[in-house]
Design a protein around this ligand. Sequence first.
Ligand SMILES: Cc1cc2nc3c(=O)[nH]c(=O)nc-3n(C[C@H](O)[C@H](O)[C@H](O)COP(=O)(O)OP(=O)(O)OC[C@H]3O[C@@H](n4cnc5c(N)ncnc54)[C@H](O)[C@@H]3O)c2cc1C
Length: 326
Amino acid sequence: MTWSQQSISMQPGDFDPTLNAPGAGTVTSGGQSLMPAVRGRLTPHAALDKLVWFKSGGPADWLFEPADLDDLTSFLGGLSEGTPVMAIGLGSNLIIRDGGVPGVVVRLGKAFASVEVRRDHIVECGGGAPGILVASTARDAGIAGLEFLRGIPGTVGGFVRMNGGAYGREVADILVDCDVVLADGNCVNIPVADLDYSYRHSRLPDGAIVVAARFRGTAGDPKAIGAEMDRIAAEREASQPLRSRTGGSTFKNPPGAKAWQLVDKAGCRGLIIGGAQVSEKHANFLINTGEATSADIEGLGEEVRRRVADKTGVALEWEIKRVGRP
Ligand SMILES: Cc1cc2nc3c(=O)[nH]c(=O)nc-3n(C[C@H](O)[C@H](O)[C@H](O)COP(=O)(O)OP(=O)(O)OC[C@H]3O[C@@H](n4cnc5c(N)ncnc54)[C@H](O)[C@@H]3O)c2cc1C
């Protein structure tokens, strides 16, 4: 596999509006699958609820777990044009709607989970590597600045797309560049500047799969880095419902305000719809208390938005990605 040396520059219109369209992307003809041959695992009608933190939602038309990069590029290159494609990481920021996800959901496995230390305090990671592995590899190599990834329970691909961040740092501060497979199977290298990062947002095109990323830190003392990671872990344990079926922060913090304070002000802490509840521990977290549907969870989020707008005049914006058919 050779990487294209070009960097792509993206326009707002690059996003694929068909991704969430009901009924979009039927990949069959006369009952016959038109899917390209693969070496990895390709599963029709694959349950996704087990793969996301909320433990709710419908199946993917297809779930593809590529054997390696060549498998991924040739599969995407061979897909019928217009087939919706999306990546899933650890599903820690996702509501999968109950009608399931049209087209293909790509999940990166072990072949994409490596983390290697390079020169100049650069850590090179596969798109499927979990944050805790990235942070602890950096710590062991005496590379500071990546500690915050310890506390975000996602993968490198999810961090790059979401501009994940915590404790005053975000991916935009440490990313050098990333390798991306576009929905048509082409590989490109995207430098951080082209992602046009803002708070929990990037301009990575829909359907693009981040397969690798390079993060830069600075020289540091492994003991001090480890102590900071422990502090982060303890603080999270104390303030977030980490052992619940949740999706992390539900709403973005509006400029100059904290979303959880607005949710509290509107009296929504503990609010219940069906099996979904606003966390008693952290008011910007929604929880599946057991048998919630994704409609319960999303409906609860919308009810919170309505009450916050009525009470405070602030229109909260979803941070959690909501995908699929209602
Ligand atoms: C308890 C808890 C605490 C959290 N704390 C924080 C926090 O402090 N800061 C923070 O920023 N977030 C936080 N989150 C949210 C979440 O962990 C992050 O948004 C994380 O970046 C999501 O990573 P993921 O791999 O699980 O992505 P997913 O949730 O699986 O997907 C999220 C989005 O990223 C896309 N995506 C996933 N993998 C790839 C890939 N390889 N290529 C391209 N796109 C991809 C998906 O298509 C989707 O659009 C928290 C979540 C939980 C449950």
